[in-house]
Design a protein around this ligand. Structure first.
Ligand SMILES: Nc1nc2c(c(=O)[nH]1)N[C@H]1C(S)=C(S)[C@@H](COP(=O)(O)O)O[C@H]1N2
Ligand SMILES: [Mo]
Length: 254
């Protein structure tokens, strides 16, 4: 179902129908398997209808005068405690490399200098956290699209998983996006914020910016990007740390 709808990008009458069921949602319905399936369809409908409306549209961009004087840090504010991240942080990430693997023809290990030497995009955008705060920041880094072209995705690849260095307890933070968002022009791997190297609390050395989605999709402390055919079998199977343990939607389009 998910695959078919995604491929065709269609908004069928049946899918629109699930919207009204959603409004009538209650706990008992929520526990029923069928209803959970419908909820998933409704999430796809949200994604597909938003894409029908916005297409490849850009998230709003702002001016330097709009920058938030204090951009709040949220979730984990460091990845300290992860042995690999600690060792790299101690050397100011001088020989840190981003790993790109999974369903790719050419696995890549990209140093920060390499990422900085590629064509850069700088964008001033508003970050919206589901917890009810927003902040405007400036982000700089290469677009993800050209990097994926260099890695040469295999035809079976449908999702990109961002593996992060930080954890909550024993569970690593991770996130995922589909290829539509991966190739969106505002999807960048940011190594700089407000004109300076990314501060630790905002995800040093590298974070994802995926500007048309909510805050929790913007993975910080990214160490590895894995191309996959499916999100099943990875941690909780729902494609992200918060998606696995809360009602947060995998597609968090704003
Ligand atoms: N690795 C990692 N990425 C993360 C989080 C986190 O705890 N760990 N929190 C998410 C949430 S909920 C938000 S709102 C933003 C916060 O980004 P900021 O700290 O730069 O404001 O990062 C997202 N990415
Ligand atoms: Mo958030």
């Amino acid at each position: 179902m998910r695959e078919r709808l995604t491929r065709r990008g269609l908004l069928g009458a049946g899918v629109l129908g699930t919207g009204s069921l959603l409004l009538a949602g209650c706990d008992r319905l929520n526990r029923s398997e069928t209803f959970r399936g419908l909820l998933e369809d409704a999430e796809i409908a949200h994604r597909e209808s938003q894409r029908l409306i916005t297409g490849g549209a850009l998230a709003p961009e702002y001016a330097v005068r709009d920058l938030s004087p204090n951009f709040r840090a949220n979730g984990n504010r460091t990845a300290a405690g992860d042995a690999a991240w600690d060792a790299h942080a101690a050397r100011n990430f001088a020989d840190w490399k981003l790993r790109i693997d999974g369903l790719v023809l050419n696995p890549l290990d990209l140093a920060l200098d390499t990422l900085r030497s590629m064509e850069q995009r700088t964008q001033i955008t508003r970050h919206d956290c589901v917890e009810g705060w927003s902040a405007i920041g400036q982000w700089t880094g290469p677009q993800l699209g050209p990097i994926l072209r260099a890695a040469n995705l295999l035809p079976a690849a449908r999702y990109l998983v961002f593996h992060c260095a930080d954890r909550f307890g024993d569970t690593p933070y991770y996130e995922s996006i589909d290829l539509f968002d991966a190739y969106h022009p505002q999807t960048i791997l940011a190594w700089a914020m407000n004109g300076a190297p990314l501060p630790v609390k905002h995800g040093a050395p590298l974070r994802l910016r995926v500007e048309r989605q909510l805050g929790y999709k913007h993975a910080k402390y990214v160490m590895r990007i894995e191309a996959r055919a499916s999100l099943a079998g990875l941690y909780g199977g729902k494609g992200g740390y918060w998606e696995d343990r809360s009602a947060y939607a995998w597609y968090a389009g704003i």
